[in-house]
Design a protein around this ligand. Structure first.
Ligand code: PLP
Length: 364
């Protein structure tokens, strides 16, 4: 019996995933723990503290505010910010966050801010684009940066890039092109610069698929939370999160009565309907309505019926012996967030990061 919707995070599973990943890495390779998007829904402050106890020495987030949240929670380790925006540069310095500089515009803006703040040296990372075409300096811009820009105030801790298809079967010609481009970047730094940055390229799937490319560090997010985008890798990991909620009301419907907005579902026979306090505002989107989404109750499967509402969804419990307060599982370690994602053509990342902060987080 439970009394409200909750995301239960199993910290033993987090520890398992961390140890497994660490054991796959060379001793000298750093593990940068990615805790952006509220640690993929699990609560970044709590997860960062746990990972810190497990030995993590560096964190990464997407935006400056996420780093500020970690600093306010007393996280002391270096924090890399992947996608700092022009309006967030002051905040980086204020909270001692390390930006990834990814364009000449942001490099120039950051250097002038350092000057204004009279900072003689500040840790930064340089992000290069090798084919994902999302964010990063092109090779030509990178050369310009090394040759023409006064980088004396930048303590360049690392130069990195990001693979666009790290989970795809090998050999993958697209990934090989990215790897070759990154090798050229490395060689160029050694040739043109007196600085000695670290180099990194791999995300979670990359750790499994390209062990030979661990380099000086890896940036792992989803694998810490139990997934790696291929079933044989997923099997070695343990999903940390279970999403469940109680049945908060039961209705007895006569044949022909309907359920939900716009009469989304109609009873083809006398039926029992359970109401669950989770809706699209919680991250269980409308795509799971009308029989697409399944939940598990006491080991039996039930369908989500009608349209998912903002705060509630309804399930058909006609053939299930349950009552108000019975726990209904949306995903757990057996039927996982990746399985739920599959039902609506998305990925575990979207399901996990879409979970609203109003769902209570519980840690075991
Ligand atoms: C989110 C992100 C990661 C982590 O990716 P996972 O697939 O979750 O391991 C790594 N690097 C960058 C640049 C990212 O934005």
């Amino acid at each position: 019996m439970i009394q409200e919707a909750r995301l239960t995070i199993d910290l033993k599973c987090l520890a398992h995933n961390y140890s497994l990943l660490r054991s796959m890495l060379k001793e000298e390779t750093d593990l940068i723990a990615v805790v952006k998007a509220n640690a993929y829904g699990a609560d970044s402050s709590k997860i960062a503290h746990e990972l810190s106890k497990l030995g993590t020495s560096c964190f990464a987030v997407a935006y400056a505010e996420e780093g500020a949240v970690l600093r306010k929670a007393n996280i002391k380790e270096p924090i890399l910010v992947f996608y700092p925006q022009m309006g967030q540069l002051e905040k980086l310095i204020e909270h001692n966050l390390e930006p990834a500089l990814y364009s000449l515009e942001i490099i120039k803006a950051f250097i002038s801010l350092l000057k204004k703040k009279k900072k003689t040296t500040y840790p930064v990372h340089i992000k290069c684009n090798t084919g994902l075409n999302r964010i990063g300096l092109s090779y030509e811009e990178f050369i310009y940066f090394l040759k023409e820009i006064d980088t004396s105030s930048l303590d360049i801790k690392s130069v990195y890039s990001h693979l666009g298809a790290s989970e795809n079967p090998k050999p993958c010609s697209f990934t090989q092109k990215q790897i070759d481009a990154f090798e050229l970047i490395k060689a160029t730094v050694i040739e043109l610069s007196t600085k000695h940055p670290k180099f990194h390229l791999l995300n979670s799937s990359g750790i499994f698929n390209y062990p030979e490319l661990q380099l000086d560090a890896v940036r792992t997010g989803i694998a810490l939370y139990g997934f790696a985008n291929r079933s044989e890798w997923d099997k070695q990991l343990k999903p940390i999160a279970k999403l469940s909620a109680p049945i908060c009301q039961i209705h007895t419907l006569k044949k022909g009565e309907s359920v939900g907005y716009n009469q989304g579902w109609e009873a083809s026979k006398d039926s029992l309907i359970g109401v669950i306090p989770l809706g699209h505002a919680d991250g269980i989107g409308r795509q799971y309505g009308n029989g697409i989404g399944k939940v598990s109750i006491l080991g039996q499967s039930a369908s989500i019926i009608g349209n998912v509402c903002m705060d509630m969804l309804m399930i058909d419990i006609t053939s299930i012996n349950c009552e108000i307060g019975t726990e209904v599982i949306l995903f757990d370690q057996i039927t996982t967030a990746a399985d739920l994602a599959d039902l609506s053509n998305t990925i575990s990342y979207e399901v996990l990061t879409g979970l609203s902060p109003r769902i209570k987080r519980v840690y075991i």
